[in-house]
Ligand binder design. Structure first.
Ligand SMILES: [Zn+2]
Length: 263
């Protein structure tokens, strides 16, 4: 890392710790300022961890960033009020104890496996999925196990659907993207968000079809949408359903694997 980069990182961290936004109700919210050389305009958003983020040109001062926030106070307070809660995987499963794999919605139970390693047992015929953990209350182990299940299940599902369509992805990776459901590179690598296992099977498949369609159409042209509609005739309905759910599901966080400090 160059010295200039180190200085910049230090400056961003130091700035983050200083700024905060106090809303009309009196609550304090930390503000993160992201200064980048190429940024030309200030931009304000609430990220998936419900933190206020200002993207700012490099030369703008802290006070001008705060002034910018104040000018958008009404909008920001509305965003804070409407934002879904940031929750853990366990909290999500307590509210909705189902995960999708192999085109099925499976009823989840969390069980204690004693001294054995964490593992999952899927019973498609019974429509059930057991998550076995050395200690049932261990959130870290639960996060890791759900991520492993997502990696296995989504990779298999891509292969299955690709085979049906005669599509040939080069590689599939399952990651912890903060806002995207999936992507497809020009080299044919499909990257999927592990949170797809939290969606119902039809929506999970829709995202996979979307990325598979990108293997032959690397754009969102009319040809692309026509192809996607062949893959998934319900694609418009699925897209709308996904839009409604995205804000909440992206706020299901795997806190244990995140580096401290910057978001
Ligand atoms: Zn796309």
């Amino acid at each position: 890392m160059r010295y200039a980069d180190m200085r910049r990182m230090w400056w961003i961290r130091w700035t983050v710790s200083l700024l905060e936004f106090r809303c009309s109700a009196g609550q304090r919210h930390p503000v993160e300022i992201r200064r980048r050389k190429g940024t030309r305009h200030m931009r304000l958003r609430l990220n998936v961890k419900n933190r206020i983020v200002v993207s700012s040109p490099w030369h703008r001062s802290d006070s001008s960033c705060l002034k910018f926030i104040d000018q958008n106070r009404e909008w920001l307070e509305q965003q804070i009020e409407q934002a879904p809660q940031v929750i853990s995987i366990r909290q999500w499963l307590q509210r909705s104890p189902r995960l999708s794999a192999a085109g099925l919605s499976l009823a989840v139970s969390i069980q204690e496996a004693g001294n054995r390693r964490a593992c999952y047992r899927m019973d498609p015929a019974a429509g059930s999925l057991e998550l076995r953990l050395p200690k049932a209350v261990d959130d870290f182990a639960l996060d890791q196990l759900v991520r492993k299940l997502a990696k296995d299940a989504l990779s298999r599902r891509v292969t299955e659907l690709a085979d049906r369509l005669g599509a040939r992805p080069r590689k599939v990776s399952v990651r912890d993207q903060s806002s995207r459901w999936g992507s497809c590179s020009s080299r044919g690598t499909i990257s999927l968000n592990w949170r797809l296992v939290l969606l119902k099977p039809e929506l999970q498949d829709y995202v996979i079809y979307h990325e598979l369609a990108h293997l032959s159409q690397m754009n969102h042209s009319s040809k692309f949408w026509a192809l996607l509609e062949c893959y998934d005739p319900q694609r418009r309905t699925h897209e709308m359903e996904l839009d409604v759910l995205t804000r909440a599901i992206m706020r299901v966080r795997v806190t244990s694997t995140e580096a401290p400090g910057l978001v």
